[in-house]
Write a protein that binds this ligand. Structure first.
Ligand SMILES: Cc1ncc(COP(=O)(O)O)c(C=O)c1O
Length: 388
């Protein structure tokens, strides 16, 4: 049987990983500045994470949500403490798309409405409503198309106000990434998030904070939405939550009352996934990784701003992007194949950096040195018009 070929892949086979490094089948070491799609939060193969999973595996890996699962309560308690949202409620699932799907559905159950506001360049996942709220027609199948989603420009308070004024009574929810990832590292203005909060309050809509990529400490706060000083009604999470073990979840504000059957899942919240997620929170807390992400991110951002040739360096914490001009178009590929550094991209010309929150200062310096070296080499081959 062949694999269903939906991913263009790099010609590399990774067989081992530790911290911020991975190794291929020939033993070649790579620096991971991408964390496998922003998933690696506490570092690859962290010993406490491995031990927690192994210990759980020896006891029980799975039993369904039809019985008491104390480890889910343990996770909810710890998550409340680390995120600072202790009065919220937790629903567990398996992925980011599923988290958003559940959030949008829950909002609609709460207020009985159908319309959703999403934003240009958004990415919320590939399932039914998640993809319908994603601003990429190429991945929306005819069956996913709906008139219930309204796309507005990101950070445009006037457009948002006008939309609520025209059809506020029909809006069920507003879904927004605090920092757009796939869209190219675009930061939501604090005043914009505050405006979403006040309009949702005024019109009875729910504010859904997609924190699948920008959450779990990556921005230097637990949720990047926290920078705005307002609370969302629902936070969606996945990626960094399990450090590579598949788990997702939504945090639900106390005013939202549960009802049997409202949401459900077979695998969501299984014991093994909860053990992995608990290990992540324990390490985040023990090693003060959220504050470290903030500081290390600031260092990386400032050093990048001084690198000549790249443009529009932006980000928060360890969620950083910059534009790559035409004369450096091979930068990402060359970093990988010549210097063994994984980075991410956003179309058409953005390099995204999403390393582990535990990345060491010397690894950041190693990256900066290799980046500068490659830029120098590319510029030596094609001098920019500025320098000619
Ligand atoms: C902001 C955001 N939301 C949702 C998703 C979907 O997550 P998953 O791939 O786990 O379904 C992603 C994935 O990249 C994402 O970046």
């Amino acid at each position: 049987m062949k694999l269903f070929d939906v991913y263009p892949v790099n010609d590399i086979t990774i067989v081992k990983a530790q911290g911020s490094y991975v190794w291929d089948a020939d033993g070649v070491q790579y620096l991971d500045m991408y964390g496998g799609h922003a998933v690696i939060s506490i570092g690859h193969t962290h010993p406490l994470w491995v031990a927690r999973i192994e210990e759980q595996l020896e006891k029980i890996a799975f039993y369904s949500n039809s019985v008491h699962l104390p480890i889910q309560k343990e996770l909810a308690e710890k998550l409340g403490k680390v995120s600072g949202k202790e009065d919220y409620q937790l629903f567990l699932c398996n992925s980011g798309a599923e988290a958003n799907e559940n959030a949008l559905k829950l909002a609609s159950f709460v207020n009985g409405r159908k319309k959703i506001i999403a934003f240009n360049k958004s990415f919320h996942g590939r399932t039914s409503l998640a993809v319908a709220t994603t601003d990429n027609p190429a991945i929306v199948a005819p069956v996913n198309q709906t008139d219930n989603v309204i796309f507005l420009p990101y950070n445009d308070e006037k457009a948002l106000e006008a939309c609520f004024k025209a059809q506020g009574g029909e809006i069920s929810s507003v879904i927004i990434e605090g920092i757009q990832g796939v869209g190219g590292i675009n930061i939501a203005a604090e005043s914009f998030l505050q405006k979403i909060r006040s309009l949702c309050d005024e019109y009875g809509a729910l504010y859904i904070a997609d924190s699948v990529q920008c959450g779990y400490g990556r921005s230097g706060k637990f949720f990047s939405h926290d920078y705005a000083g307002v609370n969302a009604d629902i936070y969606t999470m996945a990626k960094g939550m399990g450090n590579g073990f598949p788990i997702g979840g939504i945090l639900i504000a106390p005013h939202i009352k549960p009802k049997y059957g409202m949401l459900g899942t077979t695998f969501g919240g299984n014991q093994l996934a909860c053990a992995a997620a608990l290990a992540v929170l324990e390490v985040l807390e023990k090693d003060n990784l959220i504050e470290q992400a903030r500081q290390r991110g600031m260092y990386l951002l400032n050093r990048l701003k001084a690198v000549k040739g790249i443009e529009n360096v932006r980000g928060r914490g360890l969620m950083i992007g910059f534009d790559v001009p035409e004369d450096l178009k091979d930068l990402k590929k060359n970093l990988l194949y010549k210097h063994q550094v994984f980075t991410g991209e956003a179309k058409p010309n953005v390099i995204r950096l999403l390393p582990s929150l535990a990345i060491a200062r010397k690894q950041v310096d190693e990256f900066l040195d290799l980046l500068q070296e490659e830029i120098n080499q590319l510029k030596a081959v094609t001098p920019s018009t500025e320098e000619v």
